[in-house]
Design a protein around this ligand. Sequence first.
Ligand code: AHR
Length: 323
Amino acid sequence: MKKTLLTLLIAAMLALFSACSDRAPEPEPSGGRLIVVGFSQVGAESDWRIGNTDSMLEAFSAENGYRLILDDAQNKQEKQITAIRNFINQGVDYIVLAPTTEEGWDTVLQEARAAGIPVILVDRRIDVADESLFTCWVGSDFRREGDTAAAWMEENLPDNLRIVHLQGNIGSSAQIGRSGGLDAALGRQPGWTVVFEAPGDFIQAKGQELVEELFENGTGFDVIYSENDNMAFGAVDALKAAGLRPGKDVAIISFDAGSKALRLVLDGTISLDVECNPMHGPRVRAIIEQLQRGEVPPKYTYVEETFFTSGTLTEETVAQRGY
Ligand code: AHR
């Protein structure tokens, strides 16, 4: 009888253990428990994004006590919504979302809240009716970046300007803020005209194709306002192929300021590069550590950023760039 009871007890414990192990994170070798973070990343559209993913992978390593489940949404919001639902089903401890665009998150975030999983936003922002649907956000002030670029153009370029505007993917905070800065300056500068404006989705090949189209159409222009470095690289290739000297015949304004682009600032190819810092891994980890301690992190944290021209940039700064 005693033996039967013992067998039943062991069977019940094994069943309980296996039910838990469907959801529970892998134990650390030390017997501790890894914190499981589901990270829905926009994609791999740019050098910035690759630097950002690397930063997250490094910060959320097993050595640091985490298991990161990374999902690359290939620039599609519907894939991000599916990824969040999968994270909820897996019972992750935290969801980190780098949103593609600002709209359309209410329903899925309500589902995360119903499951009791905190959602931390990184990089771009979202527009939801109820801001308590996410715990907090950390990222760049994209509008300030746009205003910085526009103010530099007002001070350093001629009063009459024909502008080519290569936009990031429409509806993303990075596009909204950087386009907003340019639009505000257009209202102040009667001599500025946008001769061409189209989304290149932050992708190098698209930036190149758009500028090639301009040559096919015979559109004249003085400056390219490119909403990220990769589209600027594409534009530089297209200009060179057309026999023009980027930085001399056409001014190039860019955003991100990764090391490859900063080399082009140093040699005068890019006139101005406004920084957008992708090293968010340690910042998001610090937020999760605060939450683990029961603290309340600030709702919004803006990263400090600067801008670079060949006049202010040094070889040393470029060499120290981590991305
Ligand atoms: O949201 C940040 C932007 O997204 C970066 O400027 C761009 O390069 C990236 O793809």
